[in-house]
Structure formats: structure tokens, C-alpha cells
Design a binder for this molecule. Sequence first.
Ligand code: SF4
Length: 286
Amino acid sequence: MNETLLLSRGKLTTFLECRRRFQLRYLEMAAWPAAPLPAVDEERLGRGQQFHQLVQRHFLGLKIEPATISDRTVRGWWLTFARFLSNLPHGRNMPDGRTLPELTLTIPIRGHLLHGRFDLLIIGEKDGLPFAHLYDWKTGRPLDESTLRHDWQTRLYLAMLAEGGQALWGEGQNPLRPEQISITYWYVTAPEEPHTISYNQAWHEQNWAEIEAIVAQIEEQQTAGGAWPLTEERAQCRVCAYQALCGRQEAGAPALNATEVAAPIPDDETDDLFAIPAIPLEPALP
Ligand code: SF4
């Protein structure tokens, strides 16, 4: 019988990028360089985390004093966010409901578990029907709506709520339908242009089937055992710490302006990590 896995967006995307990397990293726990990020990216990550903590504290009801935010960039982000909240035009207000910042949700999928953490979830009832509205705060470069719709974060989070969000209400509640689930992305660099994406039943059926199919592929690999297949996309190897383990050293380091490859970053649900361009990682020694 296969080991039960705790899967997340980061793990699923790692599997899609390279099965061998998934196996080395999450099943065999092969060493991964601790802190290979360039200083500028480390600084950016730190600021993103600070900003998310401020927003979380705000939605927990704590008062934020801008003067106490020492980092000028983060202070500017916070002021932009505060202005956005106070200037929301009529009709685009956040829905009335229970605010749940930094909520984690874990749901079963084919004998495994799917795990996600949301920046903010608002749940409530409208016209007698339960609704769930996710918010995601971003400090990276804005993505267009089409890209966001296809992004694994959007797909997984909406699907997880459709499959398991009902538990947030308890017994005796009308079912939470996909049509009552949506996600809004807000970028500090484009504060007046949040993107809201609404879910629906047809999309959910297709989306959930595709997610289940990926988990089924992971199971097949678990059952097959041995070394899982190496990616055929050599660009992935250029930013991978496991080059030496795979004999892919010839892939080399990423070009300085490489943007076509996704960096294998830590499995963190903080979205801004994913907004960072390719990060060169040093090969681990075998
Ligand atoms: S070096 Fe390439 S093949 Fe090996 S784990 Fe990394 S991405 Fe996969």
C-alpha cells in the first residue's frame, strides 16, 4: 500500500515539472541548499512576508500604525493597501461575512491529503446560500486574468473549497456550490485593478478530474517504485539543486535574464515566492 501524501500546490507543480525532483525532494528528502537566494530576492521575500503579516494582523482586528513599520517599501505597501480598503468603490466592497485570515484547509483526495493556506477567506450567506470568497495579496508583478485562471493556485484553491469548504459551516447548512465560490487577486503594484475569478460547476468537474488525474499519476509512480523519470525539459535542470544526482550538470546555471524557467523554490504557500523570476540554485553534492 502506498504512503499517504500531504500534497500542496508546490508539490503538485513540482511533480508536473519533474517527477524525479518530486521524489528526491519530498519522498527521499534529499538535501536542498539552505539559502541560495541572491540577496535582493531574500530581501524581497522578507518584505513580502512582512506585508502579509501586517494584512493578517489587520484582519484579526489589530491596529496597524504605519509609523512603526521600519521598512519604507513595506510601509508604502501597507499605505497603498489601507487606501485600497478605504476607497473601494460602491459595489466592489468586500462581502459581509466571517473573515478568516491565513486559514489552512486540508481535504482528502484519493487516499491522500490536499493542503492549502489562504491569505484571507470570507465566508457568509447571501440570499439564503453560503458563499466563500478568497483574497490573495501579492507584491510581485501583476498577472493578467487569463493567466490567473489557469494558475494552479486558482485551480487548487477553488477546487479545495468546492470539495471541502462545506466543513467551515458545520451541519445543517445549504451546500456550498461552486457558483458561490470566488477568488480575488490584489497586487500592491496595481491596487486599483484587482482580478476576481468566479468558479462554477462545469469548471469544477473538469478541474477536479484533472487534479485527481495528477494524484493518480503520483500513485502510479509510488507503485512502480525505483527512480522516477527525469524531466525532458532541460530548462528545469538549470535551476535545480539535484543536477549532480541526475547527471544533468551539463544543464548549467540559468542565464541571468532567464524567465522561461520556473524556479524550484521551497514548498511554501506564500504566493509571492512564485512571483520571483528564476532563482539559481547550486547543485547539491551526491
Ligand atoms: S536535475 Fe533535472 S531531472 Fe534531475 S531532479 Fe532536477 S529537474 Fe529533475
